[in-house]
Design a protein around this ligand. Structure first.
Ligand SMILES: NC(=O)c1ccc[n+]([C@@H]2O[C@H](COP(=O)([O-])OP(=O)(O)OC[C@H]3O[C@@H](n4cnc5c(N)ncnc54)[C@H](O)[C@@H]3O)[C@@H](O)[C@H]2O)c1
Length: 301
């Protein structure tokens, strides 16, 4: 059965970390009954607290009302029980840790548990969907549907693997708009989609400047922010992504630049400095130095 946008009522999010909690919140704000599943109860509790902060920010900036918030919260349920999670989802967005073997295992599990009509998507940052499409047991209904920040950045990449059925791609394009994102279509599989492929080149160059002891982390960010007038620079961006997620992405690369950068990330991860989500990464939160008035000259004439 081909699914249409108006057939989607129940959304299931797998993984409640940095991205899963945001995609789940946007799903609920967009009117879908949303179940958020994680193996860790602690992760679910943390995710709800972060969602509350995001909601408060959206109200403060006038993007939603208090009644939108109340409705969205009512639509969200939280669970660590896979059977309960898989009872009747029409659509799944998967955001578990960026590890191929884990994604294969989770998709095999949910491929067996979910009803046949459910459409499956992965939010992987760099893995190609064809590497675990068969594990889903329904490769034709499986596609990469990759979000960025969801609220601050509202682009969603749609990247089918060679076996994805064409109606699934068309459905995801409509769903992207419904979730208040701008869909970007990939004509073929390619690591990092469009934006991440460009971003990795920048982050890799930033890492090399530091690992070759050419400039400090702060000066690399200062240079980027002073030129582009952005809120953060490359290392601030890695803090918001999560150093562990960035490490998973580059840890198996064999080139000297990536090996040095992965070692730098690992030295922080080993001290539990994972970035914004753990309160400390390259910078310390909630008031990182790059947000201070004197970090860069913010006035423009
Ligand atoms: N962080 C980003 O900025 C970003 C952006 C776009 C896409 N992504 C992608 O989204 C995915 C998740 O990244 P994240 O940053 O949210 O990671 P995260 O580490 O913040 O969260 C991952 C979550 O997965 C859960 N998990 C682990 N094993 C599980 C299992 N077997 N079943 C259910 N849940 C399980 C963990 O408990 C954790 O809560 C990755 O594929 C990543 O590449 C991340």
């Amino acid at each position: 059965m081909k699914l249409k946008l108006n057939n989607i009522e129940n959304v299931l999010i797998l993984g409640s970390g940095v991205l899963g909690l945001r995609i789940g919140l946007q799903s609920a704000l967009s009117g879908f009954n949303t179940t958020i599943y994680d193996i860790s109860q602690k992760a679910l509790v943390n995710a709800e607290a972060i969602q509350n902060k995001i909601l408060a920010g959206l109200i403060k900036t006038g993007r939603i009302t208090t009644s939108d918030k109340a409705l969205a919260k009512k639509r969200i349920s939280w669970t660590t029980d896979p059977e309960m999670a898989a009872e009747n989802p029409d659509f799944i967005s998967e955001s578990v840790t960026e590890e191929l073997e884990l994604k294969k295992k989770v998709w095999h599990q949910f491929g067996q548990l979910c009803p046949p009509h459910t459409v499956f998507t992965t939010n992987t940052s760099f893995l190609l969907p064809s590497r675990f499409a068969e594990d889903t047991g329904r490769p034709g209904r499986f596609c990469a549907f990759h979000f960025h920040d969801v609220f601050k950045a509202n682009v969603v990449d749609i990247m089918p693997h060679p076996g994805t059925e064409t109606w699934v791609v068309a459905l995801l394009r409509e769903l992207g708009y419904k979730l208040h994102q701008t869909p970007v279509m990939m004509k073929k599989e390619s690591p990092g989609y469009v934006f991440n492929a460009m971003l990795m080149a920048v982050l890799g160059a930033a890492g090399a400047l530091v690992t070759h002891d050419i400039a400090t982390i702060e000066d690399v960010d200062r240079s980027w922010m002073g030129n582009f007038k952005t809120e953060s620079g490359p290392f601030g961006i890695i803090d918001s992504i999560g150093l562990d997620t960035a490490w998973h992405i580059i840890k198996d690369r064999k080139d000297a630049k990536s090996i040095r950068f992965a070692a730098l990330l690992k030295s922080y991860i080993d001290k539990d400095r994972l970035g914004l989500k753990s309160g400390e990464g390259f910078y310390t939160y909630p008031n990182p130095v790059f947000l201070r008035e004197d970090f860069i000259e913010r006035n423009t004439f």
